[in-house]
Design a binder for this molecule. Structure first.
Ligand code: DX5
Ligand code: ZN
Length: 217
């Protein structure tokens, strides 16, 4: 299992140091939450920050787009250094096309699935997406409470992917911490995304190490 710290809860005045510390502790990728103040009320950052992060690390950058018209911004995020780009299918008229456009740029394409989204509506996308982010909170803010039942949704998604004979990396995003990591491992989750549990901890590096340790027992 891979741990992906979400920089949303990091101290942006010392972002490079924060990233170096979690990387040294074993984080396998970084999660970057892009919010536009429209699709979600919160407003975070755009390609400039992604590009700045790109210069601080060689870790894969997973850019989670919580924005309207995400398809028209894919190129900007890929140019900024994203290795993986995830979209919320409900924000797009043509989500299938958006995923293929990301892949045409040689990057991994993801679908972010909200707690209220029915799998029936995204089943066709499972066949082409490289990864899926199961949202265990409603998107918009770090530090929210984990919604129970999210691991079960991850299991159902895995069964759908197996039925369609497609390999899908499954990530879980929101309310995660070391205590919940064993359940995530049991549910077959590939990547645990954690924001506040890492960057609001006294020692973010120790928090990553704790999560890795919890994944291995
Ligand atoms: C929420 C974001 C998450 C957020 C997770 O909209 O997609 O990635 O950073 O933060 P925590 O781990 O604090 O719930
Ligand atoms: Zn996210």
């Amino acid at each position: 299992m891979r741990i992906a710290p979400s920089i949303l809860s990091a101290d942006f005045s010392k972002l490079a140091t924060e990233i170096e510390r979690v990387e040294a502790a074993g984080a396998a990728q970084l999660h970057l939450d892009v919010m536009d103040g429209h699709y979600v009320p919160n407003l975070t950052f755009g390609p400039m920050i992604v590009e700045a992060v790109r210069r601080t690390t060689t870790l894969p950058l997973d850019v989670h787009l919580m924005i309207e018209h995400a398809d028209t911004h894919v190129d900007a995020y890929v140019d900024a250094g994203a290795d993986m780009v995830a979209v919320h299918p409900e924000t797009l008229y043509h989500p299938h096309l958006a995923l293929t456009e990301i892949q045409k740029r040689g990057k991994k394409a993801g679908i972010a699935i909200n707690p209220g989204t029915s799998f029936a509506s995204i089943e066709e996308l499972i066949a082409i997406a490289d990864y899926a982010i199961i949202m265990a909170v409603n998107p918009g803010w770090g530090g929210q409470k984990f919604i129970e039942g999210s691991f079960e949704r991850a299991r159902r998604l895995r069964r759908l992917a197996v039925d369609r004979e497609t390999s899908l990396s499954i990530e879980i995003d929101g309310g995660m911490n070391a205590e919940r990591v064993p359940q995530a491992a049991e549910a077959g989750i590939d990547v645990v995304i954690a924001g506040s549990a890492v960057f609001k901890a006294d020692d973010p590096a120790a928090a990553v190490a704790d999560m890795l340790q919890a994944a291995s027992v």
